[in-house]
Design a binder for this molecule. Structure first.
Ligand code: NAD
Ligand code: LMR
Length: 339
């Protein structure tokens, strides 16, 4: 009996020994996301960084009896040569970035650029120096621009690996599952909708034509569903009435995506998630990044899937999306190159 127990605990520590760092861990997303990562048995070393409060969050989570250590870091110097940020990042496998300000009613995600672009650029710079081989998962908005910012910083530092940079669009995917199940009255946990494009309003394209309910939805139901998925973020911003945007559903989405990245790293096959990546799909049209289903593997991006056949309506949405996306991406690139 003792040998069976010993063997189990040995395998749980050796098979999935991943280090994960959350930058912005004391925030509305950061705290519940860190909790969900503490509950993930693939994570053995969890590091939480924020301008303030991360040590408290870490101390709190560290009492949960799961298979990981948790340490909190702030910008303070740790020793004569390094600060908390570099310690939080050094040698980590996955960096998740929810640092930055959220929207208030009346704002677009692009309105956050003025503050969040600089935050993401500086955190990316530290990640490039201290964790050049880590997968970088960007949550901070506007994702359509912050992901290109990270790419440019990594290029400048000579460590850019397009297979390891991800814009987290999973919230659009889980919203789609939930919202379609509410209409067709099914189990939301089994509904799967591919969402492509980017992560803001009209750049979010749920591919309803690929679902089995497409023909049973009325035109009105379909149009309302597309609108709700594209503007689901606004629903939460409005309901929170000045206190921020989606945090708990985003934590769930971020934890799911991080888990998928780790499952890919661990060699699991057929791990596929839509995500905003450096993509060949529309590069010939000057669009460097695009969200589509991606197979995740031991080195990050293994295969980027085509969007496939679209309905005429989706084709039109794609054309509109591409115009906005191109500008959003160029804005991020220009922000880093002008420095
Ligand atoms: N990708 C998505 O689907 C998605 C979904 C929801 C929210 N978001 C975005 O996530 C971001 C965070 O949202 P939130 O609700 O958690 O905000 P929040 O204000 O509650 O938390 C942000 C945290 O970031 C920290 N922070 C700010 N600058 C930092 C820096 N330089 N280094 C480290 N930490 C820093 C703050 O101290 C704070 O704790 C926003 O930009 C929001 O728009 C994205
Ligand atoms: O809407 C926001 O600003 C936050 C997030 O991008 C969301 O989709 O909920």
């Amino acid at each position: 009996m003792f040998s069976r127990i010993a063997k189990r605990s040995f395998s749980s520590t050796v098979i999935n020994p991943y280090k994960v760092t959350v930058l912005g861990a004391n925030g509305g997303i950061g705290q519940p996301l860190s909790l969900l990562l503490k509950l993930n048995d693939k994570v053995t070393d969890l590091r939480l960084y924020d301008l303030r409060g991360a040590k408290g969050v870490a101390a709190d989570l560290s009492h949960i009896p799961t298979n990981s250590t948790v340490k909190g870091f702030t910008p303070d110097k740790v020793d004569s040569v390094s600060n908390g940020l570099s310690h939080a990042l050094e040698g980590t496998d996955v960096v998740i970035i929810p640092a930055g300000v959220p929207r208030k009613p009346g704002m677009t995600r692009d309105d956050l650029f003025a503050i969040n672009a600089g935050i993401v650029r500086d955190l990316a710079s530290a990640a490039a120096e201290n964790a050049p081989n880590a997968a970088i998962l960007v949550i901070s908005n506007p994702v359509n621009s912050t992901v290109p910012i990270v790419a440019e910083v990594f290029k400048q530092k000579g460590v850019y690996n397009p297979k390891k940079l991800f814009g987290v669009t999973t919230l659009d995917v889980i919203r789609s599952s939930r919202f379609i199940s509410e209409i067709v009255n099914t189990d939301p946990t089994t509904e799967k909708v591919d969402v492509v494009g980017g992560h803001s309003g009209i750049t979010i394209i749920p591919l309803l034509s690929k679902t089995k309910y497409y023909k049973s939805l009325s035109d009105e139901q379909r149009e309302q569903l597309i609108h709700r998925i594209q503007f689901g973020g606004d629903e939460v911003v409005k309901a929170k009435d000045g206190a921020g945007s989606a945090t708990l559903s985003m934590a769930r989405a971020g934890a799911r995506f991080a888990d998928s990245v780790l499952r890919g790293f661990a060699g699991e096959k057929n791990v596929i998630e839509p995500t905003f990546v450096d993509s060949p799909l529309f590069k010939s049209e000057g669009i460097e990044f695009f969200a589509s289903p991606v197979t995740l593997g031991t080195n990050g991006v293994e295969q980027i899937h085509e969007v496939g056949n679209l309905s005429a309506e989706e084709q039109q949405m794609l054309e509109t999306c591409k115009e906005t996306l191109k500008k959003n991406i160029e804005k991020g690139v220009a922000f880093v190159s002008k420095k």
